[in-house]
Ligand binder design. Structure first.
Ligand code: TLP
Length: 342
């Protein structure tokens, strides 16, 4: 199966499976898992933060960050199109008891004036602003600039509000910006990034930040039931993801460029050229998405047809240039077949 739905679908590589088999493990709730300790130390060094915490998912990482930074009744400033707002089941309201102050994004970047207006200051009627959340790379396939991150951070610091980065794909963003992740993270107090997306580890994300923040976050992870035992079996592929798989993300971006170029040649597809910074290609199509997806599945190709007008194709470690050629060829055959039916 060639699966274009997301980079979350990546299977662990052979060396990851071998590392899982041979992982030295211990009880991580006691802090006794050497493989997790090594992964957390490496993640902290790589991101220029004091400490790191391995968490089961990106969603849990973001939610632990919100729980740790805020108190009940706070308001968090967050993008109207962000994952934290739209795709985390409203968890911040449920788990942290915070409300969302939505700010529009332009190319994935929170509007600075909107953030400034969103910090409402002191009044007996107002909730306190507990946190500003940004997302980079943004789920809409775009990467925000360092200058924008710096401007948000300066505003936040001037108001003594922490900034959390949902950096599920921060390594993709760093590749696009041609900087190190630690350069981006200078402008955030905490960040979550996923090992299980383009980095191809089967499970897990990291939360990074100051030592005291991570200590409190570790307790929040336990509260949520995310304290795991011999979890080095997941830390071992996670280390390979961080140490070596991040170096190949550029290939996914190049493949996505190729996919965008080939889809754009087909009359029934229009590529959104403004959302072409990372490993994702967003298109609109005049074709019936469900029928196309059903046809492709019979040719061992999976695409997602559930995003309304817009379709998303994602390149990753299990997609090569030949996989893209197969997809394009199958789409041509589908269009020909449909024309015969008419
Ligand atoms: N994104 C998934 C879906 O949930 C949409 C995907 O296929 O892209 N932040 C961002 C920006 C994300 O894109 C995701 C996952 C998460 C957080 C959550 O990570 P997980 O799935 O590990 O909870």
């Amino acid at each position: 199966m060639i699966d274009f739905r997301s980079d979350t679908v990546t299977k662990p590589t052979a060396s990851m499976r071998e590392a899982m088999q041979n992982a030295v493990v211990g009880d991580d709730v006691y802090g006794d898992d050497p493989t997790i300790n090594k992964l957390e130390a490496y993640a902290a060094t790589l991101t220029g933060k004091d400490a790191a915490l391995f968490v089961p998912s990106g969603t849990m990482g973001n939610q632990i960050a919100i729980m740790t930074h805020t108190k009940r009744g706070d308001e968090i400033i967050v993008g109207a199109n962000s994952h934290i707002k739209n795709y985390e089941v409203g968890a911040a309201a449920v788990l942290s008891g915070v409300s969302y102050h939505l700010v529009p994004e332009t190319r994935g970047m929170l509007n600075l004036d909107g953030v400034k207006q969103g910090i409402r200051g002191q009044d007996i009627h107002y909730p306190d602003t507990g946190l500003i959340c940004i997302e980079n790379a943004h789920g809409t396939g775009v990467v925000g600039s360092l200058e924008w991150m710096q401007a948000i951070h300066e505003t936040a610091q001037a108001n003594r509000i922490p900034v959390h980065l949902d950096g599920a794909r921060v390594f993709n963003a760093a590749v696009h910006l041609n900087v190190e992740v630690k350069t981006m993270l200078k402008y955030t107090d905490s960040a979550m990034f996923c090992l299980s997306k383009g980095l191809a580890s089967p499970i897990g994300s990291m939360l990074v930040g100051e030592k005291a923040f991570i200590e409190r976050a570790r307790k929040m992870r336990k509260l949520l039931g995310g304290g795991m035992r011999q979890v080095g079996v997941l830390g071992a592929p996670g280390f390979i993801a961080l140490e070596s798989m991040r170096r190949r993300l550029k290939d996914d971006h190049t493949n996505a460029d190729y996919l965008a170029q080939e889809l754009d040649k087909i009359d029934s597809f229009t590529v959104n050229g403004d959302a072409r910074d990372i490993n994702m290609v967003f298109v609109t199509t005049t074709l019936d998405q469900e029928k196309l997806a059903d046809y492709l599945r019979t040719h061992d190709i999976i695409i997602s047809a559930s995003r309304g007008e817009t379709m998303r194709f994602v390149c990753h470690n299990d997609i090569q240039k030949e996989s893209i050629d197969k997809l394009i060829d199958a789409i041509h055959r589908y269009i020909k077949k449909e024309a015969h039916h008419d």
